[in-house]
Design a protein around this ligand. Structure first.
Ligand SMILES: O=C(O)CC1=CCC(=O)O1
Length: 96
């Protein structure tokens, strides 16, 4: 199942720099591992915002929840999820 996910990051201004550096490094590694697995298909920065638009390809709502709640930045994010399904006019075979 495909999901469109918007993540808006709200890092506290008083978060110590070493903790911020550590959490961002862990977030990057977590994200890149899921991208390599094919579960996190796309990630795009939203211009002018500390936010991203991502496409996840997972088995079901529960798997998406597990992956999102495992994000190192999870407690510092607002997350909006939109489930996607194939459009009847779509021509790409991998958009299901
Ligand atoms: O910077 C972001 O948008 C938050 C984020 C999610 C995965 C990642 O590497 O950074």
């Amino acid at each position: 199942m495909l999901f469109h996910v918007k993540m808006t990051v709200n890092l506290p201004h008083d978060l110590p720099a070493d903790q911020a550096t550590d959490i961002l490094a862990r977030e990057k590694a977590y994200s890149q591992a899921l991208q390599a697995e094919g579960k996190w298909r796309h990630i795009w920065r939203v211009a002018g915002h500390y936010a991203n638009i991502s496409i996840f390809d997972v088995a079901d709502n529960e798997e998406l929840h597990v992956l999102l709640s495992g994000l190192p930045l999870f407690k510092f994010m607002d997350i909006e999820v939109m489930p996607l399904l194939r459009h009847p006019s779509a021509v790409r075979d991998d958009d299901r």
